[in-house]
Design a protein around this ligand. Structure first.
Ligand code: PMT
Length: 429
């Protein structure tokens, strides 16, 4: 297969944070994968390192974890995520394996999933690049060459090894290609397989996390939201070209390409931030878990145990999403999330109508591996037009992209929408 030349390679634009899984198998050349990792990160890519057990005998896990965008993954069994193999493969824009041992090539060619890395390459539809490195005798063995021929036939890109000094001090073919060469191939392929830039020129506001409603200076009422779903939405929108403002109650690494982060804590602070930002937004996605009630009074000093249990009097907060529905700009797309434990779709459909939004994404937060805190989610996207789209259990990033697909379908063609229907802020009742 023809590989791109150095002159044809331009790094992806900033904001388009492409996800690359960097697989490292057990060969002496594994040390060169450290430089490859650094080059890919420097090029603005989001690099997820996956090391085989043998690779960890040659290079330190900590080195990769420090350089890459995420900590090293090693095993199907050390993950909180129940489906890391499909998640890594499905969310990758590209998988590169460097060095690729004869054993890895054989297992991959045979379709055997015997670990996280082979499972990932078998579960992906993204381009896969393998960079073999081994002794000349092994490299030239018909079994290895047959396996490579099979992989090439299936569309796998092969970066041929170079000739040079090998591990035993002898010389010959089988030396891992230089990291600069591999990085060029990766960047070139990403250019040929671009993420759809269907949110370019759009301003997207995403809320994330659970609000905190203070009782006294040290106590508050909150919920289990980790912000993961909101952050995944912000990351996906940025990768699709949007200018993203993330209004968040949690501190997590800022997703690549996100334009602005507004830190808030209470429902009132989130209300002010979201309504302010929404005035010029094309899309608002409320993934945050906003408190419905807050204490009427916040004690100025820490409540003392000796005074007995406090009698908390609560008042409703402003329903930010419903307020957005009332103030909606022409052409603006509004998305809510409904966290339900029973009568899931019925209750979500009622919220869709009462809050006046275009899409209500419902998650059954009592289902295994879905909803709060998990890396995965399962949702149904309900449309005000009566549409219904089911997204079975997958990564929160995949859920985010499915939601954004529905958003893109509803955006008017061309630039951002016109003036607001009602510019006047409504007072808190
Ligand atoms: O953060 P994670 O751990 O990743 O978990 C993700 C999630 C479960 C929090 C997320 O997927 C989700 O469901 N978010 C919405 C949670 C929620 O508040 O649901 P709700 O059914 O109570 O509210 C419906 C909608 O109204 C939500 O979009 C909410 O942001 C909005 N709302 C609610 C109350 C309020 N005062 N103002 C609001 O805008």
């Amino acid at each position: 297969m023809e590989e791109p030349t150095a002159s044809s390679v331009v790094p992806p634009p900033p904001g388009a944070a492409r996800r690359v899984v960097l697989g490292v198998t057990g060969g002496i050349a594994a040390y060169k994968a450290v430089e490859l990792c650094r080059r890919l990160v420097d090029a603005g890519l989001h690099v997820v390192p996956v090391l085989t057990e043998d690779a960890t005998r040659f290079v330190g896990e900590v080195t990769f974890s420090a350089l890459a965008s995420e900590p090293v993954r090693r095993s199907l069994w050390h993950e909180p995520d129940p489906i890391p193999h499909t998640r890594l493969g499905q969310t990758a824009d590209l998988v590169v394996v460097a060095p690729a041992t004869a054993r890895f090539l054989g297992t991959y060619a045979a379709g055997i999933s015997d670990g996280l890395l082979t499972a990932t390459v078998l579960a992906t539809r993204a381009p896969v690049v393998v960079c073999p490195a081994m002794h000349t005798e092994m490299w030239e063995h018909p079994a290895v060459q047959d396996n490579l021929a099979v992989l090439r036939r299936r569309g796998v890109h092969v970066v041929e090894p170079a000739e040079g000094r090998l591990a035993g001090g002898d010389r010959g073919a089988g030396r891992l290609a230089e990291p600069a060469v591999i990085a060029e191939v990766v960047l070139g392929l990403l250019q040929r397989h671009p993420t759809p830039q269907d949110l370019t020129g759009r301003r997207v506001v995403v809320s994330a996390g659970g609000t905190r409603e203070p009782i006294d200076p040290v106590r508050f009422i909150t919920n289990r939201s980790s912000g993961k779903q909101g952050y995944a939405l912000a990351e996906a929108a940025a990768a699709r070209g949007a200018s993203v403002v993330l209004v968040t109650t949690v501190q997590r690494p800022v997703p690549p390409g996100v334009h602005e982060v507004v830190a808030v804590d209470t429902a009132a602070a989130m209300e002010a931030a979201v309504l302010g930002q929404a005035a010029t937004a094309d899309v608002v996605v409320m993934a945050a878990a906003v408190a419905d009630f807050r204490p009427v009074q916040v004690a100025p000093r820490k409540l003392s145990k000796s005074d007995g249990p406090p009698q908390l009097v609560l008042e409703p907060t402003v329903d930010i999403l419903a307020e957005l529905g009332r103030r909606r700009r022409r052409g603006q797309v509004l998305v809510g999330f409904a966290a339900e434990t029973h009568q899931v779709e019925t209750r979500a459909a009622a919220k869709l109508r009462s809050k006046g939004v275009d899409l209500m994404v419902v998650n059954d937060v009592s289902a295994p591996a879905a909803g709060f805190e998990h890396d995965t989610n399962a949702v149904v996207v309900l449309g005000a037009d009566g549409s219904r789209r089911e997204v079975p259990l997958t990564s929160k990033r995949q859920v985010a992209d499915a939601v954004l697909d529905s958003v893109v379908d509803r955006l008017p063609a061309g630039a951002a929408g016109g003036p607001a229907r009602d510019q006047q802020p409504r007072s808190r009742s």
